[in-house]
Design a protein around this ligand. Sequence first.
Ligand code: CMC
Length: 434
Amino acid sequence: MENKVKDAGTAKLEVGGKTVSLPVYSGTHGPNVIDIRKLYAEVDHFTLDPGFTSTGSCESQITFIDGDEGILLHRGYPIEQLAEKSSYLELCYLLLNGELPTKDEYEAFGKDVRQHTLLHTQQDRFFDGFRRDSHPMAMLTGAVGAMAAFYPGAMGNEDPEERRRDSIRLVAKMPTIAARCMKYNLGQKFVDPQNRLSYSENFLNMCFSVSAEDYEVNPVLARAMDRFFMLHADHEQNASTSTVRLVASSGAHPFAAIAAGVASLWGPSHGGANEAALRQLREIGDISNVPDFVKKVKDKSSGVRLMGFGHRVYKNYDPRAKVMQKTAHEVLDALDLRDHPLLKVAMELERIALQDEYFVAKKLYPNVDFYSGIILEAMGFPTKMFTVLFAVARTVGWVAQMNEMLEDPSQKIGRPRQIYTGAAMRDYTAMTSR
Ligand code: CMC
C-alpha cells in the first residue's frame, strides 16, 4: 500500500518541561491526526487511551465512517448505493482490490471463489470432536484456526499471487464451514457447495436443504442474505478487525489471524449483539412491556442495556440499520409474516427510544444488529447462528484489512504500552519468612 497521508501542520505538546513538535496529517475525509510515534523518544512519555477512543492505529484506504453524519463508505462508495445496486461478491472484489470490477473481472472472480468452496474431507472430521450442542461460534473459531494446518504454505508468504489465493480461499470456504456448524448442531448431514448457485443462494442451500427433498432457494431470502452479508462486510478498525491486524502483525499464519477475529467478534458488545438483541426482543415479548423495559434500561443499577442500540462511532442512525429495517419488512412480507410480534416490539422500542431524553442525550440510535435478528429468525436460522453469519460476512473485511497491513511499509508489530501501577520493586522473601 502506498502511504497517502498529507501534511497538515504540526501540534505542540509541552510535557516535563520540554516542548515537542508533532506532525499533523490529513486524510481524504475525517478528522486530522497527530503523529505521536516519536513522542516517547523525545519526551519519555507514553499516551494512555484504553479502548482507543482517540487513537488511530493505521492508515487505511478501505472503509470510512462519519459517525456524526451516519455515513459509511467502502472505497468511497456509500453503503446505501452498494446495498441497493451491487452484490456481496462484487463488494468482496471492491474491498480486496480497491476498484469495482469490469464484467470480465467479476466473472473471473466469481469463478475463482466457486472453485475454492469445498473443504478438505479431513477437515470435516474436526466437527465430530465437538459436542452436538456446542455454540457454533466455538466451532467456527476452532474450524477456521484448523484451516492453517491445511495450508501451511500461507505462513509468512510474501508472494502477492499466493496471498490473493489465500484471500479467495477464506471468502469461499467460510460459508461452507459456517453451514457445517449449523448442520452439526441439527444432527443433519453436511451439504456440499453447488457451483451453479450464487454465493448467497449456495449458503442458504448448504444451511437449509436436506437430502430427503428438493430445496428451492426463495429469491427474496437470497437477496436478503446477500444484503445482510454486504451490510456486515467491513467496518474499519473495530475490535475484531484490530485483532486480526494485531495477530497478523507478528507474522502469524493468516488463517490463525482470521480465527482470532472470529473470537473477538463473538462478544455481545460486538458481533454477539445480534444474538443478544433477538433474545432481548423475545424476553420483552409484547409491545405492552416496552415502557417498563425502557425504564429498566435507563436505570443504570439494573445493568441492562438495550441491545442493538448505541455505537462507539455512530452518534446518529447507523446507515446499515436503515437498510436492515427495510429488508426486514421485505422478508416478512415475502414470508407472510407481516404481523411478526418481534417486529412490532422492535418498532415500538425504536419509537420510544428515539424520543426518550436518555437515548437522545447519549446519542443512542439503532445499530446494524437491531433488525438483523428478526430477518435471520424469519429466514429460519437458529439464534445461536446469528454471529456466525456476521463472521461469514466480515471475513472479506478482515482479509482486506490484513492484506493492506501486510503491504504497508510503515506497519510494525503491534505493541501497546501501559502505565504500571503494581507493586514497586522489592526483594524476594523466602517462603518461611512470609
Ligand atoms: N443501552 C443503554 N445505555 C447505553 C447503551 C445501550 N445499548 N449503549 C451505551 N449506553 C450508555 C452507557 O451506559 C453510557 O452512559 P453514561 O455516559 O451515563 O455512563 C453511554 O451510553 C456511553 O456508553 P459507552 O459504553 O461508554 O459507549 P461505548 O462507545 O464504549 O460502547 C457499545 C458502544 C456498542 C459497546 C454500546 O453502545 C453497547 O453496549 N451497545 C449494546 C450492544 C450492541 O448493540 N453492540 C453492537 C454494536 S454494532 C455491531 C458491531 O459493530 O459490532
